[in-house]
Design a protein around this ligand. Structure first.
Ligand SMILES: Cc1ncc(COP(=O)(O)O)c(C=O)c1O
Length: 435
């Protein structure tokens, strides 16, 4: 298998083998996952051996909400390349995109850019610290790999329990940052209240996703807003993954709670590196009191792709289709599992759907699911990230295959043969969030 051979070599050249934990083959199907692609288009991709798969898994880790190689976004990008993607002068697309983002989010007045979600979150936290003159950050959920965030694990390896990778070692993060990142759980305003009570005057920011796996409890986001105001902290909504799923723009628009800063990346540009930090003018101006600057934040492809992706999102009412597709998948999982008498729980907003096997040996069951679905021509795991390129045919074919595999899994459980049917090791457990 060419992909696995290449991955074995990659691990000797690239620490960890890949640049993103969520793309490590061990997270899906150790020693069998195709690992590398040669071509991706719509909902399909081809591995290095020319095998074709329908991708019903993470769809570019949530980046390609329109599908792979979207023709409209790619046409705009090709034009930007033909016109020169980098120059000594600035590209006008970054001003056009700022206008469009502020139109979609009328509470925001100013915009800065980066190219990745984690770095954009680091920019947001820098701006919040510069604007308040304070250092501490209260946070909930996952926000990337940077020092401000991993600092939560300094001093106590259990501080991120339920927030990132339990036990994650923050080696390389300055010890002097210990006590600067203070975690709280989603839908538990009392925890944030107690942070505000103890650390309020030192709190620069409250950082969280407005939604991830669960809808906010009534009044939760409003109470976070109120606590931010009470503490005089900047409320930062991390929309890196939540945005562009249930509506065009940030998920917070649906809940009518306005942050001071919102951060976008991933799906904003459908597969081209781009990130935006939008915010109230007075808060964003604090970027000028610090130094936040990078050469490739000025290139032209990112903002061009974002403009084309957002316009298509609006024009084609993409979010409605994402919700419809995700709902079909969630319903299909529930029905197939119930027919097979396989205990599963289904969670997530429909465009970012998940299921979990509620049985001993859940990780082995998940691995066998991925193995059998791969043999049927699907990239599949216990998650489905909806894209505009997923047709009803893709969904129907996937659910038919998943129903067959659920039956096989139920039978394998009965006979105690789940692990025997695996052709390689059990997948590594990942990264989970409590939001
Ligand atoms: C909520 C959230 N914030 C930040 C990030 C980090 O973004 P990136 O991987 O583009 O650095 C992610 C990535 O999964 C995310 O889901």
């Amino acid at each position: 298998m060419t992909g696995q051979n290449l991955y074995r070599k990659a691990r000797t050249r690239i620490p960890g083998g890949t640049q993103l934990l969520s793309k490590r083959p061990e997270m899906f199907l150790p020693e069998q996952w195709p690992s590398y692609y040669s071509k991706a288009r719509g909902a399909e991709l081809w591995d290095l051996d020319g095998n074709r798969y329908i991708d019903m898994s993470h769809s570019g880790i949530g980046a390609c909400v329109l599908g792979y190689a979207d023709p409209d976004v790619d046409a705009a990008v090709h034009a930007a390349i033909d016109g020169g993607s980098m120059a000594t002068l600035n590209c006008r697309e970054e001003v056009d995109l700022a206008d469009l983002l502020c139109e979609l989010h009328p509470w925001a007045e100013m915009v800065r850019y980066a190219r990745c979600g984690g770095e954009a979150m680091a920019v947001a936290v820098r701006i919040a610290r510069a604007s308040t003159g304070r250092e501490k950050v209260a946070f909930c959920g996952y926000h990337g790999w940077h020092d401000w965030y991993l600092a939560a694990n300094l001093g106590s390896l259990s501080a991120l329990e339920g927030h990132l990778l339990p036990g994650l070692d923050p080696a390389g993060v300055p010890r002097s940052l210990a006590g600067t990142a203070l975690p709280f759980h989603y839908n538990r305003p009392g925890e944030l209240e107690s942070i505000v009570r103890t650390h309020g005057p030192d709190l620069s920011a409250i950082v969280m996703e407005p939604i991830r796996s669960h809808e906010p409890d009534p009044g939760f986001l409003e109470s976070v807003r109120e606590l931010a105001d009470r503490a005089g902290a900047v409320l930062v909504f991390d929309e890196v993954t939540a945005a562009w799923r249930m509506n065009t723009g940030g998920a917070h628009l649906r809940y009518r709670v306005k942050p001071d800063i919102a951060v976008f990346a991933k799906a904003i540009s459908n597969g081209y590196p781009m990130a935006a930090i939008i915010g109230r003018g007075d808060v964003m101006q604090a970027a000028q009191d610090s130094f936040i600057s990078s050469t490739y934040w000025t290139e032209r492809i990112g903002p061009t792709a974002a403009l084309a992706a957002i316009r298509k999102h609006q024009r084609c009412n993409v979010s409605q289709r994402l919700v419809e597709a995700g709902t079909k998948i969630q319903t299909g999982w529930r029905e197939a599992a119930s027919r097979a008498a396989l205990p599963i729980s289904v969670s997530g907003i429909p465009p970012l759907a998940h299921f979990a096997f509620e049985a001993p040996g859940a990780q082995a069951l998940k691995t066998l699911f991925t193995q059998r679905m791969l043999e049927s021509g699907f990239l599949a795991t216990n998650a489905y990230y909806a894209t505009f390129a997923h047709t009803d045919q893709h969904i129907g074919d996937y659910l038919a295959a998943a129903a067959d595999v659920f039956h096989e899994l139920a039978k394998a459980r009965e006979t105690g043969s789940v692990e025997k049917l695996l052709k390689g090791p059990i997948a590594h457990a990942g990264f989970y969030r409590l939001t």
